[in-house]
Design a protein around this ligand. Structure first.
Ligand code: GLP
Length: 266
């Protein structure tokens, strides 16, 4: 894992946007397959990508995208649906074709069948080149709550009490938060070729410490990312505050900047 401890959300957004930019530029034809996340954590990175699109000509033309998850029972147009969230916060402000942005259908009559077909649709698109992730305070990624199989696939999941509590800020009350979601599995997420996870604030500090330095366990689902070969973790000081080796990660980043790898030298 490559750990970046940055000053604030804006500095983190730059690091995340750099990973996105590199992936989009490397993809060539027919474009990158992006794995998009909702929640507040990726918003500064999306804002930075929108700025680069407007001011620096960064183009997402030809890119396709898959969302991580969706609440069961919410229609695409519901004001708290992730389908709508990603359009308002990213898609409508860049040049990705709306029809190329796919999410699980929370209003599907048969959510189990909807989940079962989702991984196949990702595979048919050639798999995800870059997955952006946030993290729940309980260590969930997407909606893979503690206790999720480390090899899980896209499926219908029940939300934990802490997630319903955390996400109730977007609804009138906790009672209005859907109790289920369609979520990519941990095994599905691990198939993305590159992953960047971003978190800010003290509320994420325990989950980040487990993700980076804890034992791999479904108690903290994000720890499964330790098995992935290409993960970048971007946290602010508060979210990184419980990392035991924080100084080592800072040192490693400094050394990299001071000694860039020159692959052209024989
Ligand atoms: C939600 C989403 C996750 C997200 C997490 C953290 O429950 N399903 O994908 O990472 O919560 O959200 P936030 O970034 O708003 O803290």
């Amino acid at each position: 894992m490559e750990i970046h401890i940055v000053e604030d959300a804006d500095a983190g957004a730059t690091v995340v946007a750099d990973v996105f930019t590199r992936t989009v530029q490397e993809a060539g034809d027919p474009g990158a397959v992006l794995g998009l996340a909702t929640g507040s954590s990726p918003i500064p990175a999306y804002a930075e990508l929108i700025r680069r699109h407007r001011e620096e000509g960064l183009s997402f033309a030809g890119s396709r995208a898959f969302l991580l998850d969706e609440y069961v029972g919410l229609t695409a147009g519901h004001e708290q649906s992730y389908h709508r969230f990603i359009r308002e916060n990213f898609i409508e402000q860049v040049d990705i074709d709306d029809a190329a942005v796919v999410s699980p259908d929370g209003a599907a009559i048969d959510p189990i069948a909807e989940a079962a077909s989702y991984d196949r649709r990702i595979a048919e698109a050639g798999g995800v080149d870059l997955q952006i992730l946030g993290i729940g305070s309980n260590g969930h990624i997407a909606f893979n709550e503690p206790g999720s199989s480390l090899n899980s696939r896209t499926r219908v999941v029940g939300l934990s009490r802490s997630t319903i509590q955390d996400n109730s800020r977007y609804f009138d009350s906790a009672a209005d938060v859907p109790v289920r979601a369609l979520s990519q599995g941990l095994g599905t997420i691990l198939e993305a070729r590159r992953i960047v996870l971003t978190a800010t604030s003290a509320g994420k500090a325990a989950a980040i410490a487990q993700l980076v330095e804890g034992a791999i366990s479904s108690r903290w689902p994000a720890t499964v990312l330790q098995l992935h070969p290409d993960v970048v973790v971007v946290v602010d000081e508060a979210a990184g505050a419980q990392l035991q080796l924080a100084e080592d990660y800072r040192y490693a980043r400094r050394l990299e900047i001071e000694n860039p790898l020159d692959v052209t030298q024989g």
